[in-house]
Ligand binder design. Structure first.
Ligand code: HEM
Length: 427
């Protein structure tokens, strides 16, 4: 992973005293961390909106200032004006204040992948991914996901209880993504990659995410070499065969981005949907009665409890105005996707939970989740939830809902654990 060197940052150098208007100059900047943020972010967004309007000064880990974009129309505006708010984080005017071990660095520091590319280069890289994903057969994917789900459930079905985050919600989309990229199911190599990806994305205590990430890169590099020699019907081979002629290194970077971008949000989408189904009477009663669909629960989660609650971010290309704020060149804007989805401006009567899909959970504009990916994610998440409910029809939470704990992540909204109980199923 490439960490940014402040010396090659194209933005203005940081200043000792923050000038007026800079988010750092706001004495009432709110940290986007801590217990209130983790457990009840919607309350925090509401009070930020009341106090600051659609753009609020916030502090990231270690007190690094940024703007949180809370308004639906402001997030839409920022994401559709790349000429003003761009993706290359080397523009940031705060790099000199950021320590080498800053926890957000792995996903905010510039990498030479599609995620941070801009303009024509971004179109080239994203175009290759889009076409490679477009050719994924959704029926085959559903079939593969069903098999993966069955195998994962088989491993705990006889025990009468499970912790679904580790045993199911994280494991399933990871396997699905790795298979979609052309790695065979069940191989020792595939299992090792799945383990290393998990550690590199979501390290637990005692894990070594950096060496896991190095092994991921090596394994994907081997996959690319193998598929160059023997192409198949998979995402990797299609990226290699694309007329844009991406170099192998570029494909390795972008494949890791695709797998990582698929795994975390889809896992938390599955988790938040299962939580809703298991805790909300409207859904629990109706799903067992067969009236309210899993599809409706999946969509409600994207509006009210989106896995991608914040996305870091965009960086101002030059001084500009946004939502009545003066934004300086090089300022960081965090896309407040969860806050924007629940913006009272789009829900004037206070009722949230639309049937449409105009939410911003997949972001918007040039860098939004590339078109076929939300459809594929829907196949993966829907198959995961439906298979679990079919196999374990009397599944219930093993703890009171109030005891469920949210992960301390600024990016993702998801649980640390989802313990459940059910009648053991043998055979
Ligand atoms: C099969 C599953 C998925 C795949 C393959 C996938 C792939 C990707 C890729 C390649 C990008 C980078 C786009 C770019 O920078 O041009 C991306 C961005 C993104 N994806 Fe997905 N994704 C998946 C699932 C999801 C899910 C389930 C969500 C949320 C519910 C989501 C939300 C996002 C967001 C918010 C971005 C950032 C866009 C931005 O910078 O504005 N993705 N995804």
């Amino acid at each position: 992973m490439h960490w940014p060197d402040p010396l090659d940052a194209p933005g203005a150098p940081p200043q000792a005293e923050p000038p007026p208007g800079c988010p750092a100059a706001h004495p009432d900047s709110v940290p986007l961390s801590g217990l209130e943020f983790q457990q009840t972010p919607s309350q925090l967004y509401r009070s930020l909106r009341r106090e600051h309007g659609p753009i609020a000064p916030v502090l990231l880990d270690g007190g690094i200032p940024a703007w949180l974009v809370l308004g639906y129309s402001e997030v839409s505006y920022v994401t559709s004006h790349d000429e003003l708010f761009a993706r290359d984080s080397r523009r940031w005017n705060q790099w000199a204040a950021i320590p080498a071990d800053w926890p957000l660095l792995p996903y905010v520091g510039h990498q030479p992948s599609v995620l941070f590319a801009e303009g024509a280069e971004h179109q080239r890289r994203a175009g290759v991914i889009t076409q490679a994903l477009e050719a994924v057969d959704q029926f085959e994917l559903a079939h593969d996901c069903r098999q993966i789900a069955e195998q994962l459930i088989d491993a705990f079905a006889g025990s009468g209880g499970a912790e679904l985050m580790a045993a199911y919600a994280h494991a399933l989309p990871m396997r699905a993504a790795v298979q979609m990229c052309g790695m065979p199911a069940g191989g020792a190599d595939t299992e090792e990659l799945v383990r290393d990806l998990r550690v590199s994305l979501d390290a637990a205590e005692g894990d070594d995410p950096v060496s896991a990430y190095v092994r991921v890169q090596e394994r994907i590099q081997r996959l690319v070499t193998d598929k160059r020699a023997r192409p198949g019907s998979d995402v990797t081979s299609r990226m290699l065969g694309h007329p844009a002629g991406l170099a192998d290194d570029e494909i390795v970077q972008d494949l890791i981005s695709v797998i990582a971008a698929a795994q975390q949000p889809t896992a938390n989408w599955i988790c938040n949907t299962l939580r809703l189904l298991l805790t909300d009477d409207r859904f629990a009663l109706n799903v067992s009665g067969g009236r309210l669909s899993v599809g409706q629960a999946l969509n409600e989660v994207l509006w009210l409890d989106t896995p991608t609650q914040n996305f870091i971010g965009r960086w101002a290309v030059r001084d500009t105005q946004l939502g009545g704020r003066h934004i300086r060149a090089g300022d960081c804007l965090v896309l407040g996707l969860a806050a924007a989805n629940t913006d009272p401006q789009i829900w004037p009567d206070g009722h949230i939970g639309a049937e449409n899909s105009a939410h911003l959970s997949f972001s918007n504009g040039e860098h939004r989740c590339p078109y076929p990916a939300p459809l594929l994610a829907d196949v993966i998440a829907r198959t995961a939830v439906e298979t679990l409910l079919e196999r374990l029809p009397d599944v219930v939470l093993a703890v009171p809902p109030g005891e469920l704990r949210w992960r301390p992540s600024i990016w993702m909204r998801g649980l640390t654990a989802l313990p459940v109980e059910f009648t053991p199923v043998v055979g």
